[in-house]
Write a protein that binds this ligand. Sequence first.
Ligand code: GDP
Length: 182
Amino acid sequence: MPEVAAEQKDFKFKIVLLGEGCVGKSSLVLRFVENKFSSRHLSTIQASFVSKTIHIDDCKAELHIWDTAGQEKYHALGPIYYRGSNGVLLVFDITDRRSFERVKNWVLEIKTCLGKTAEILIVGNKTDLEDERLISRQDAEVYADSENALYMETSAQDNIGIPEAFEALTAKMIEHARTAPT
Ligand code: GDP
């Protein structure tokens, strides 16, 4: 019943990270969960699954965050990776046009695998490299809007915008859980 769902305060969500290799997916997770940054490519050493609980207003959300563990290079992400996802953090590098173009393929894949069951947040990462920016915020926002996705920018290196990104996605997932029939 909608009245019951609207009162729900404790949530468990599965979030999957998607995007091309080297755009900073693992770095965003490491920053969010442990507040650390490494200049090394992390995908192969990072555990593929971490949890973190956050609070938004009077709600508690336990986030189960799945990283690709480098498999996007071989495009080996299977149904298990996507299964049961409530949210997708789809990352590109604002200095790498190809990584932005590839976002469109990931969106198609998400829609094929998840339909409308998951909320999508597109993230433009590496804003510390502003001088090398190739994708404008406006272009990314227009595209995200056309796909009914959110758009935010981050720097894992300079620790900018990361809690805000996870919180925005979580707020959308809470709204979704409260309004969508299960
Ligand atoms: P993944 O393959 O998408 O998981 O990417 P990684 O997290 O392994 O990061 C790839 C490379 O980009 C590493 O050398 C990171 O140090 C670097 N990197 C990640 N985030 C940022 C950022 O916000 N700014 C800059 N300048 N480099 C970053």
